[in-house]
Design a protein around this ligand. Structure first.
Ligand SMILES: [Zn+2]
Length: 255
């Protein structure tokens, strides 16, 4: 039987039939923003989309989830000094997320998982979740993929883990992204103010935070060591992400 999990490729009748079997929808979202000289600007939504597709394939035998079209734009004003970046305002993004969730819930999807590929989206996602709480007939979850596997990431990558870094390049590469291998660069990131550590998702949060443009902390657009990236590391990380993401899907399916 055809594994049809792409909502956009289903007819309305097929969606209606599917809802009798499964009420889980995955919504990939990311950004369209610079990722240094070696990775394309679609990187964050490419990864999120691939993860959602692969998770849907893995759970298909027991849970016939759907994957919605990807929200390809995110919150990226801090990347706008680099060409190719397209940003939404935080308010537009949170409204967009809420509108998509309301539409899915209106049709009967009761469990909605936002599969996020861009750290800069997290505030807008949280704002959308707050707005939706008590206001939607569905449970909405958000998963930023790296948060599922920080333990595994620590085992294999060279820090800092921040942007177009060892972790992100390895993962993208393994997932079939276009990687300009010999354009990869290493740039650890600049300290902006005393107490503001070099951005690193694996480090404790800075004692002092500030807003900044990426140009202030990196010349190349990279913060991290992308020359250390390998497909093998990417596989190690993605295998763990998918194991935990599909485990989560199977758990909420029981509810
Ligand atoms: Zn990214």
């Amino acid at each position: 039987m055809e594994k049809q999990y792409l909502l956009a490729k289903m007819t309305c009748q097929e969606v209606e039939n599917r809802l009798k079997e499964c009420d889980i929808a995955l919504v990939p979202l990311g950004s369209t923003e610079q990722h240094g000289p070696a990775l394309p600007v679609d990187n964050d939504h490419y990864i999120a989309t691939e993860l959602a597709y692969r998770a849907a394939e893995m759970v298909w035998d027991s849970h016939k989830v759907v994957v919605t079209p990807t929200i390809a734009f995110g919150f990226s004003p801090h990347h706008m000094e680099f060409k190719g970046t397209i940003t939404l305002s935080e308010l537009t993004l949170s409204s967009l997320i809420a509108d998509v969730c309301h539409s899915l819930a209106q049709h009967g999807f009761r469990k909605i998982i936002l599969v996020n590929g861009h750290g800069g989206n997290e505030t807008a996602i949280q704002n959308a979740l707050h707005d939706l709480q008590g206001n939607i007939d569905a449970k909405v979850y958000s998963v930023s993929w790296w948060n599922l596997v920080t333990d595994k990431v620590k085992e294999v990558v060279t820090p800092p883990v921040y942007h177009a870094c060892d972790m992100e390049t390895s993962v993208a590469w393994y997932l079939g992204q276009r990687v300009l291998e010999d354009k990869r660069v290493d740039e650890p990131g600049k300290v902006l103010v005393p107490g503001f550590v070099i951005p690193d998702m694996l480090a404790p949060p800075p004692k002092v935070s500030t807003s900044y443009s990426m140009k202030e902390i990196t010349d190349s657009g990279v913060v991290g060591y992308s020359t250390k990236a390998t497909k093998e590391k990417g596989k190690f990380i993605i295998d763990a992400v998918l194991e935990r993401l599909t485990g989560f899907i199977r758990e909420i399916a029981k509810m």
